[in-house]
Design a protein around this ligand. Structure first.
Ligand SMILES: [Zn+2]
Length: 118
């Protein structure tokens, strides 16, 4: 069962939509970057063909570190992180659920991933 979701950064320079299972929980991670970001991520990957990103020219900035496999995207204008491309499944996305329309992110249960040990 998949659903169609829409989302955006805070200022709206980055808008996106994606196909995914019903969002019933989230994922948090204790790795160095996630700990500082503090975001509630999707507990599923979105394949590149299942996400549609509409961003203003130059709106998406990308932070990389370590192995440079994961791509941590953020909005150049408002600084919000809407999604990243994962290390575990290169090219595939995890979504910041706080950026998804209609999701009450603070009421979702979440699993904790021990990314610090990867
Ligand atoms: Zn923005």
């Amino acid at each position: 069962m998949s659903r169609h979701y829409t989302g955006s950064c805070h200022c709206g320079d980055i808008k996106f939509s994606f196909k995914a299972p019903e969002i019933v929980d989230g994922l948090r991670c204790n790795c160095t970057v996630c700990q500082k970001k503090g975001a509630m991520m999707s507990n599923f990957f979105v394949a590149p063909e299942d996400i549609d990103i509409e961003a203003k020219e130059g709106a998406i900035a990308t932070y990389e570190f370590g192995t440079h496999v994961a791509k941590h995207h953020f909005c150049k204008r408002c600084g919000i992180y809407p999604f990243h491309q994962t290390m575990r499944k290169p090219g595939h996305y995890r979504i910041h659920l706080g950026c998804v329309d209609g999701v009450d992110v603070l009421s979702l249960p979440h699993v904790l991933v021990d990314g610090a040990s990867f």
